[in-house]
Design a protein around this ligand. Structure first.
Ligand code: ZN
Length: 170
């Protein structure tokens, strides 16, 4: 089991598009496992590879209802719209309400290398949408209305100073 360092807001890797995987090989599977360990240790309920500095299209998630790991995830269909509180392991200390699709049809490649297609709703649907955004360099604060977004950016600027102090102390 390996815990990977989580990249924080301000790191350019979080704003870069991640690349598709040709296949889920042993290396990709190991990364999925390490990402799952890192997510649980944090603790969090979802993680995308760019958050550990790897620009590959891989996401993992785990909550009371469901867990999974997917490479090259895409949303094929979506329905409904629901607001819910979100946070992000790359932006510790802030949460804001974000509007997401309530139901999604997702396709991707699982850790066995099989292409899978499934529908999900509510929390898992929210996590998957949040994590796929990360693969395109999109952060949850990008979905906030302008006023709330600038408030969030202000708070993040202050928080970032304490992160830097922790970096120095380490
Ligand atoms: Zn996130």
């Amino acid at each position: 089991m390996s815990i990977l360092p989580i990249r924080l807001y301000g790191d350019p890797v979080l704003r870069t598009r991640a690349a598709e995987l040709d296949e889920v090989d042993r290396r990709a599977r190991r990364l999925m496992n390490n990402m799952t360990d890192t997510m649980k240790e944090a603790p969090g309920i979802g993680l995308a590879a760019p958050q550990v500095g790897i620009l590959k299209r891989i996401i993992v998630w785990e909550n009371d209802q469901d867990r999974g790991a997917l490479a090259n995830p895409v949303i094929l269909e979506r329905e409904g719209s629901v607001e819910g509180e979100e946070g992000c392991l790359s932006m510790p200390g802030i949460t804001y309400p974000v509007v997401r699709s309530e139901w999604v049809l997702v396709q991707g490649v699982d850790d066995s290398g099989d292409t899978v297609k499934f529908e999900t709703r509510d929390l898992t649907a929210r996590i998957i949408q949040h994590e796929i955004d990360h693969l395109d360099g999109i952060l949850f604060i990008d979905h906030l209305p302008p006023e709330l977004r600038s408030e969030a950016l202000g708070v993040l600027r202050e928080l970032a100073e304490t992160w830097e102090q922790q970096e120095v102390a380490r």
